[in-house]
Design a protein. Structure first.
Length: 190
């Protein structure tokens, strides 16, 4: 998606070690117009799959998941990183390493909102190592749901996440693919 890639080039910052800072328009301050366009594009790419829920991780995945779900006409469920007192005792929980946090995080979903009859689209802001997305896949599988697709705004191809997810046999769509971030650069693929 040219609009997203142009925004990354203009405002994104390569912090080194594979970290891309997009806080000004995706992860901290969110550009609703850009997110709506991204959501529209992702919804079009996954429209034929019969998605019934979009599943993402707290917090950076919520904006693109919400706009995609809006265009698909389905609800969003986001995996919490801490269990609130309002959540039932029985939960779906998995652990996933977080590259940006530098530690392992919990991903928690209530069985009230994710069940066996769901056709789940997993969506996140980044597809990098694939570890967070694999955690979301484990949550969907624990609920008995069927994962029908995986999407992300930005793919860091050089981290190998797509290859880790290939065995799932579902469509994987990303809007902007970065193939190299060495020497402070941001280089996009086709």
């Amino acid at each position: 998606m040219n609009q997203l890639s142009e925004r990354i080039l203009r405002e994104g910052k390569n912090l080194g070690n594979g970290i891309l800072k997009v806080d000004g328009f995706i992860n901290h301050q969110v550009d609703p117009g850009l997110m709506d366009e991204c959501g529209r594009e992702l919804a079009q790419r996954f429209a034929r799959l019969g998605v019934t829920k979009v599943l993402t991780a707290e917090i950076s995945g919520i904006a693109p998941a919400l706009t995609t779900a809006r265009h698909l006409g389905v609800p969003v469920v986001y995996a919490r990183k801490a269990k609130p007192i309002t959540m039932p005792d029985q939960i779906f929980l998995t652990l996933a390493p977080s590259h940006t946090k530098g530690r392992t995080v919990e991903l928690i979903v209530s069985p009230d909102y994710l069940g066996g009859d769901e056709r789940v689209l997993i969506l996140d802001d980044f597809l990098a190592s694939g570890q967070t997305i694999l955690g979301l896949v484990r949550l969907a599988q624990a609920a008995g749901a069927t994962v029908v697709g995986i999407g992300a705004l930005i793919e860091k191809e050089f981290e190998g996440g797509r290859a880790r997810l290939a065995d799932l046999g579902v469509p994987i769509e990303t809007l902007s693919v970065i193939i190299d971030m060495s020497d402070g650069r941001i280089v996009f693929g086709d």
